[in-house]
Design a protein around this ligand. Structure first.
Ligand code: AVJ
Length: 317
């Protein structure tokens, strides 16, 4: 745990980063601020919405193909999940893989990590689980398990890769390449390009859950950084940018707003949007080109019958 001085330093850095994002030509706030307790609950609700196809589709792909996935992974692998690993998809793997040597969930939030690792230990008492607190966008040291693994399998589900710009996504793939090590592989969920209509429906659900999720970010900031965003003065906007192949989430001010962020006053014009998230969608060809730049070769791709979503097994070249 961080002591109070260290925690203050983190908050100061984050405040600086927040101000930087809000003083650019195109104002932006990092999507990491979606996930306070309420935001995590809202995201959970999103994954159960009929319009939000990614979660259920990916889970279906995992269930339908777990035998083939287990065959490729082989016995005595180390499964290294980027993210804290509380999802149903993780359970499909932990149940379906043969004789795992160790499971290493990696997350920046110690709280999430400890809670989910404890729950997993109840379900898999014989599995060696070694939670690791780390920022997985930068290389980190792997722990030493009880049993020496035959290979490392990095797992990155949820199309979280879509949150990253292409430069950052490439950097992250390179980190995964390093962590996979010699003979290792990456199992990754990647959302696919499709009709704008299906995509926009998934991020503009009729129950308004995604809108609440987007706006909740401001409530989170008000609490954590003592800012004074008028949450009700911002509306949810999600549209598909066809050229860039990504959904863009914004919070749009209904009238001029002045907000105090630390010692900085920020003016947001009427109708101006603050970018809160990119969710990139890939073509199979585009993703494999990026993977190749990071040193990976796509060994296998599984999709659903409508080719909405893909799960891909990448090996080191
Ligand atoms: C968790 C980043 C994969 O991009 O679809 C869902 C987040 N944002 N609805 C996505 C999200 C709005 C989600 N990821």
């Amino acid at each position: 745990m961080l002591d109070s001085t260290a925690r203050q330093a983190v908050v100061d850095d984050e405040l600086e980063e927040l101000i930087e994002g809000l003083t650019q030509d195109e104002k932006m706030i990092s999507p990491k601020y979606f996930y306070d307790e309420v935001g995590s609950q809202l995201f959970d609700e999103i994954t159960r919405l009929p319009e939000y196809y990614p979660t259920q589709t990916e889970l279906g792909i995992m269930r339908d193909n777990i035998a083939e996935i287990a065959e490729l992974v082989g016995p005595q692998a180390s499964l290294i999940e980027f993210g804290s690993g509380s999802s149903m998809k993780t359970h499909v793997l932990l149940r379906g893989l043969t004789d795992l040597a160790v499971y290493v969930p990696v997350d920046i939030s110690e709280e999430h990590l400890v809670a989910s690792a404890e729950a997993l230990h109840q379900d898999y008492p014989d599995l060696d689980i070694i939670p690791l607190v780390a920022d997985f966008t930068k290389p980190f040291d792997l722990p030493t398990p009880r049993v020496m693994p035959l290979k490392n399998i990095v797992y990155f589900p949820g199309s979280t890769i879509g949150n990253f710009t292409s430069d950052d996504a490439l950097e992250l793939l390179k980190v995964m390449h390093t962590e996979a090590g010699e003979g290792g592989a990456l199992l990754i969920g990647v959302d696919l390009q499709k009709d704008a209509e299906i995509l926009e429906r998934a991020y503009n659900d009729s129950a308004g859950v995604t809108a609440a999720f987007n706006r909740n970010m401001l409530r989170h900031l008000n609490r954590e950084f003592d800012t004074d965003f008028d949450v009700e003065a911002f509306s949810h906007d999600a549209r598909y940018n066809t050229d860039a192949g990504r959904i863009e989430l914004r919070l749009v001010a209904s009238d001029e707003q002045t907000v105090k962020v630390g010692d900085t006053e920020i003016t947001i014009e009427e109708g101006e949007g603050i970018l809160t998230e990119y969710s990139h969608k890939y073509t199979l060809r585009g993703f494999s080109a990026m993977a190749a730049d990071a040193g990976f070769r796509v060994e296998h791709v599984w999709t659903d019958k409508d080719e909405l979503f893909s799960v891909q097994y990448l090996v080191r070249d």
